[in-house]
Design a protein. Structure first.
Ligand code: SF4
Length: 347
């Protein structure tokens, strides 16, 4: 099976800066180590903090500004107070401004803010090269009993609206949180159906659950190596043309003793993955801070060892980077500066 839908032997990744705008969230997922309660480790980044990091990222050669935050943080008074202090009426106004300023600096924003309305998606589209919302699972699961925003029906509706708005979109599955193999298949089929209708899903992430300290699931095992590889293979089989991503810092499940990073990369590539997502030399993965990203050199070497060609992309995938229907005028201007003739990262 050809693991690469784009040109056969190329395996992509992007260089990003992770901007964890706030860890306040209205949901409470049983596996989450990112969310914090007000007065217990919560933060809300100021514009100055965000832009200082974005400037450093630009200087370091990154192309992607990944804005991630808890869903509807303004349900908490602490978030509302911060927004008022920064002179914004709501979180989406704040995000729009941050994305606009980040785009002006020369980075391409990719925002992942949980459930958003059509109007909110439309406003953010103008300054985002792509956006994301993990479906996680198309079946309701007990781990989401305190998370109204994780209702799969609502998530699928947002992904559909993003399709109507022609937003290059990232979604995917979180595996090992109580779902069955059938649930995984149903989730992939639901994503495929929306992509067949709107042609906007640029990548599907297969993300293994990794237990986090101080969470209700701290003693739960993550998925097995077989489950991860089988899900990647199922995704490739159901969507032969789709970009299938596995985060390279979450390959621990495949990295047994004597089965190091390079072998793990080989295993997921041969199972059908063709992308390793955004990696950062500046910031940790704030969702999985105990799992450091590999360096770009380490990742490239591991890909080359399997006989594939590593290629840096932008946060908007090559085929969308060449299709102006999927970009605002502002985003397109920046994409033209950063992309080569194939739609990958220039230079
Ligand atoms: S996983 Fe996301 S939605 Fe769930 S509690 Fe954590 S930040 Fe909120």
């Amino acid at each position: 099976m050809n693991p690469n839908p784009q040109s056969g032997r190329e395996i992509s990744y992007s260089r990003n800066v992770f901007l964890p705008i706030t860890n306040l969230c209205r949901n409470s997922c049983s596996y989450c180590g990112f969310r914090r309660d007000p007065n217990d480790g919560a933060w809300f980044m100021s514009p100055e903090e965000v832009l200082e990091l974005a400037e450093r990222a630009k200087a370091a050669g990154c192309s992607e500004a990944l804005l991630t935050l808890g869903e509807r943080p303004e349900v908490h008074a602490e978030a509302r107070e911060k927004l008022e202090k920064f002179r914004y009426e709501n979180t989406v106004d704040y995000l729009k401004s941050l994305c606009e300023r980040t785009l002006e600096l020369g980075l391409l924003p990719h925002t992942n803010a949980g459930l958003l309305s059509e109007r909110e998606l439309q406003r953010l589209r103008r300054f985002n090269a792509s956006m994301g919302l993990m479906l996680e699972c198309a079946t309701e699961l007990p781990v989401h009993r305190n998370s109204p925003g994780k209702n799969p029906k609502l998530r699928l509706e947002v992904i559909e609206v993003a399709g109507k708005l022609r937003i290059p979109f990232t979604t995917g599955l979180l595996i090992g949180v109580g779902e069955s193999p059938e649930d995984r298949a149903h989730s992939l089929l639901a994503i495929r159906e929306l992509h067949e209708r709107y042609d906007h899903i640029q990548e599907v992430i297969i993300q293994p659950f990794v237990p986090k300290p101080n969470t209700p699931m701290t003693n739960c095992a993550g998925p097995s190596e077989t489950e991860l590889l089988a899900t990647v293979a199922m995704a490739r089989s159901l969507m032969p043309e789709m970009n299938i991503q596995v985060p390279p810092n979450l390959l621990g499940v495949v990295q047994r003793e004597g089965y190091g990073f390079k072998k793990a990369v080989e295993a997921v590539l041969l199972a059908g993955a063709n992308d390793f997502g955004g990696i950062s030399s500046l910031t940790p993965d704030f969702i999985n801070p105990e799992d450091p990203w590999p360096s770009v050199a380490e990742l490239r070497a591991a890909i080359e060892r399997v006989g594939f060609v590593p290629r840096e992309r932008l946060p908007i995938y090559p085929r969308y980077a060449k299709d102006e229907r999927f970009m605002s005028r502002e985003v397109r201007k920046r994409v033209l500066e950063l992309a080569d003739e194939d739609g990958y990262r220039a230079g």
